[in-house]
Structures are given as C-alpha cells and as structure tokens.
Design a binder for this molecule. Sequence first.
Ligand code: SF4
Length: 249
Amino acid sequence: MTSVADVWPDTDDVIGELPALELAGAEEIIEWTYERFERVALVASFQAESGVLIDMASRIVDELEVVTLDTGRLPEETHTIMERLGRRYPIRLRVVSPDPDELEALTAEHGTNLFRQSVDLRLRCCDVRKVRPLRRALEGYDAWITGVRRDQAHTRGGTPAVAIDREHDGIFKVAPLAGWSRADVFQYLEQHGVPQHPLYARGYTSIGCAPCTRATTPGEDERAGRWWWEQDQTKECGLHPLTVVREPV
Ligand code: SF4
C-alpha cells in the first residue's frame, strides 16, 4: 500500500497547517489548496455545491481541472448544467466513465436495475459506476476538492475541511464547504448569479443518478430522495466513506 510519505515528503508540514484551515473560509481553503498542491482535481457532481466551488476556484486559477463521474445513468438535466457551467467558466472537464468490462459483467449477472434488488447490489452498482472510476481518476493528483457538507447527513458530520484521504493513495481531500448549510450554498449561488441544476426547480434537494433520485416534499430530509426505497439505510454510495478522518496532529 502506498504510504502518505511516498506521496508527500513534506506531509508533516501540510498536516501542521490543517487545524488553522478548520477555521478558514471556503475561498481561503481553496486558495490554500491551489497554492499548496500542483495537481488538483475539483470533483463535481454538478449539484449546487459544485457551482459554488467552480465559481470560487475560477477566481483563483486560470483553468480549472474538473473531474466528473458519468455513471451512465445521470439525468439529462445534469448534462445540461454541465454544459452551461462549462460555457461560463474556464473549465477543462474530464468526464470519467465506468470500466466497460466491469459494468458488462455486473449487468450480465444482475440486470441493469440491480439497485432495486438489495442494498448490497445497489452498493455494487455504485462501486462500479462511481467509486472505482473515481479511484482511477484521482491517480496522479495531489489533492481533490469536493462539495461535501457536514450537515448533509449524519455520516458526513465529522468531515474535516482538509484531511489525508487513505481511500485514494494518501492524497489530500479538501472540503471547503464542510461547515456550510444548504441555505448558505443557495444564497451564494443567488448572490453570484451562478446557474443551478434544473431539477432543483422541480423539488429535488439532492441529485444523483436518475433511477435512484426523486424529488422531496417539504419537511423531508435533504437526502431523502436518494435511494428512497432504502429508508432505514445509510444514504451513501461509497465516495465519502467514514474512513476519511482527520489526521492526529
Ligand atoms: Fe447505480 Fe443508482 Fe448508484 Fe447510480 S446511484 S451508481 S444507478 S445504484
């Protein structure tokens, strides 16, 4: 297994800077990331948080390297917002797809809508369509930026602003919006005139693959529309596992 020291000889220096980043604003964290690391991937799902990150980062770097996962089951509206933001901002977009052999083997055995059959099969679908492609996509980067927020789910409540990501060869995982609320995100988008994913206007509050996402009703949890048939399950796909923890300093 790759050790953090293999990836970053000056890891101790970086780790020493992490506590201060917990108190920093999102723009400051993004600025620090691009100053500190040479190869940075902004990983976007093109939900509202991606719009905030792209808008902020575009003020800091001339060209943004944006990585997105095209699972093959995304709603058409996600491609629409991808194109709109791509026209507005200086983005170099890397669209990452599942491995065709892995996908063919999975669907040959379980069908294309396997996620309805059991939680285990749903997680296998997410693994092949999301988790493995992201792991491959992040090879060669020093850090990745994600729009995950602590208040999205109890599983994300311990998300640090910056941490070593053991799931991805010890590169750094940066969550500039970790301490933001949903209201903060939409207020920023309105104030800065950033285009929004069309499905928000149709009652969606969290947007993933088309067959696994529905609109929510007032009072429902923000992520209630994700894998809604799994009401008692943890609503995660594996991209943000709990194993990503803040390093002791
Ligand atoms: Fe598969 Fe649904 Fe996960 Fe998308 S969200 S990868 S379709 S299980």
